[in-house]
Design a protein around this ligand. Structure first.
Ligand code: FPP
Length: 230
């Protein structure tokens, strides 16, 4: 595909792990384990396609309402992933965790901080993993920072607020993919998605394949984006 038709920034809502497991009479955590494999597959395919930036919604500010065992299992998957390290195809990736990581365990925070600093000077795809992330929280956090820094309301503009979001310096999200048949935003990148194209797909996240990503990008490339113009 013509590189100019590729989205610069893709957002992915990794949804449907629980239903994937339920269909197989497995515990929900089995769905998350397969979901983590789908995440790795999808990240590798984004690299192969030459995508500049991808944000995976891994754990929302609302996901703490889930049973403790499930929350712990998801945190363990993050921790295992950080222990495994990146594979060779991911060598040049810049890894970032976006969201408020303060409630995570000290051990997990240390691993996150190490991976972020180890990859900060890379030049390839930027991969954001959104953990304890909420779009409203992102905006509120940005506004608090602006107030603390004494921003002047007369001159404050959209760029200044964007610059305080967790995604500061990255392009707005062009394409948001939500598998699992649900058609909602669920508090994901709500500021950054002002002009995003949405592609909703029926596949459950653990089954999400390279072909599904290709299909979503193909659909995106056919959309006529007008950004409020004609
Ligand atoms: C939503 O599906 C999924 C989650 C809240 C967890 C997502 C986490 C992973 C895929 C693991 C990611 C791992 C790494 C290493 C980034 P759901 O449980 O709400 O599914 P359901 O709607 O079918 O119940």
């Amino acid at each position: 595909m013509d590189a100019s038709l590729l989205p610069r920034h893709i957002g992915i809502i990794m949804d449907g792990n629980g239903r994937w497991a339920k269909k197989r009479l497995l515990p929900r955590t089995a769905g998350h384990i397969q979901g983590a494999k789908a995440f790795r597959r999808c990240l590798r395919h984004c690299i192969d396609l030459g995508i500049g930036c991808v944000t995976f919604y891994a754990f929302s500010t609302e996901n703490w309402k889930r049973p403790k065992e499930e929350v712990n299992a998801i945190m363990k998957l993050f921790s295992d992933y950080l222990d495994e390290g990146l594979d060779i195809s991911e060598d040049d990736v810049v890894m970032r965790f976006i969201g408020d990581v303060t409630p995570l365990s000290d051990a997990l925070k240390k691993k996150i901080s190490d991976l972020q600093s180890d990859t900060a000077d890379n030049h390839g795809l930027v991969c954001n993993i959104a953990v304890n992330y909420g779009g409203r929280d992102d905006i509120l956090h940005a506004v608090k920072r602006l107030i603390k820094e004494g921003a002047d309301p007369e001159t404050l503009d959209e760029a200044a607020l964007s610059d305080k979001l967790y995604t500061a310096g990255l392009p707005d999200v062009d394409l948001i993919i939500r598998p699992s048949g649900e058609q909602r935003i669920s508090n994901f990148l709500i500021w950054q998605a002002a002009y995003a194209e949405y592609v909703f797909m029926d596949v459950l996240w653990p089954d999400f394949s390279e072909k599904d990503l290709d299909a979503a990008i193909e659909e995106y490339s056919k959309r006529n984006r007008r950004f409020g113009g004609i």
